[in-house]
Design a protein around this ligand. Structure first.
Ligand SMILES: [Zn+2]
Length: 274
């Protein structure tokens, strides 16, 4: 499953090719995605408009168009968004092609069909049902220990589950959560109600560092979204704890432990993480 760093790398790699382009027409080849593609709405909201910028919210790629319209694309489990020449033959599982006036097309391929693509007025985005529940964005200006502490107010349960809960913080997948907690020296099972402000600060810094490292690596390994431990969607990050059960902690030599939170394997050092 594509993770946040993968979507961010996609955004950065498409941006220089798309900004300023005009959309000639929208071709819905097969509407059957998680929510059926809405031909009329895509025509209205995308065709004939100019691409002004590419943004991202959580794992949604946001194509901002002239006239206050946005095309939102989610890659689901297996979606791929690529640029091709206009006359390239359609690929298997190609659901949508956005034809650009300059003779290229942006196509969405999705064999498992968990992806989404829809147009909406840009101003309605924050309140839209796909976005309204989403938590804080770790790569945004406002992300900080204070923002994490605020998001945790009134919540309970292990900090690892909190970090992976998209209604609290978006885009922190299992591997990234394990690695960020290790870097911050915070035990994954510690209750969110019992985390001091300096710890939240360290955790915020660690989340940003881990995601940034993944994005930097992703820029160089675009074709391989499978990490060494077999969880797909993750760029290669140097794994200090994830997948290293029983191996010595890189900080203190204590064997790395594995436990389970919300059905996901959690790896941590019982000595360095408190
Ligand atoms: Zn250790």
């Amino acid at each position: 499953m594509p993770e946040l760093p993968e979507v961010e790398v996609l955004r950065r790699s498409l941006e220089p090719h798309l900004v300023g382009e005009e959309v000639a027409r929208v071709e819905v080849r097969s509407p059957a995605l998680r929510e059926p593609l809405d031909r009329a709405s895509l025509d209205r909201g995308v065709a004939g408009r100019r691409i002004e910028s590419l943004g991202r919210r959580a794992k949604y790629l946001l194509v901002d168009l002239s006239g206050g319209s946005t095309l939102a694309v989610h890659l689901g489990m297996s979606g791929r968004l690529t640029l091709a020449p206009a006359d390239a033959a359609p690929e298997p599982h190609e659901h949508l092609a956005i034809h650009l006036a300059s003779g290229k097309k942006l196509r969405l391929r999705d064999p498992r069909r968990f992806g989404l693509a829809f147009a909406l007025p840009t101003a309605e985005l924050p309140a839209d049902r796909h976005f309204a529940h989403l938590g804080i964005e770790p790569l945004s200006e406002g992300f900080s220990g204070e923002a994490l502490a605020r998001a945790a107010r009134g919540r309970r349960g292990p900090v690892k589950v909190f970090l992976m809960d998209a209604t609290a913080v978006v885009g922190v997948g299992n591997i990234y959560a394990c690695e960020a907690l290790f870097r911050a020296g915070v035990h994954p099972g510690r209750s969110v109600a019992r985390i001091s402000r300096p710890r939240w600060d360290r955790l915020a810094d660690s989340v940003v560092a881990v995601l940034s490292q993944a994005i930097a690596e992703g820029g160089t390994t675009l074709n391989d979204f499978r990490n060494g431990s077999g969880e797909s969607g993750y760029f290669q990050v140097s794994l200090a704890v994830y997948g290293r059960e029983g191996d010595p902690c890189l900080g203190c030599g204590t064997p790395v432990r594995r436990s389970v939170h919300s059905n996901r394997g959690t790896f941590y050092c019982p000595r360095c993480q408190r």
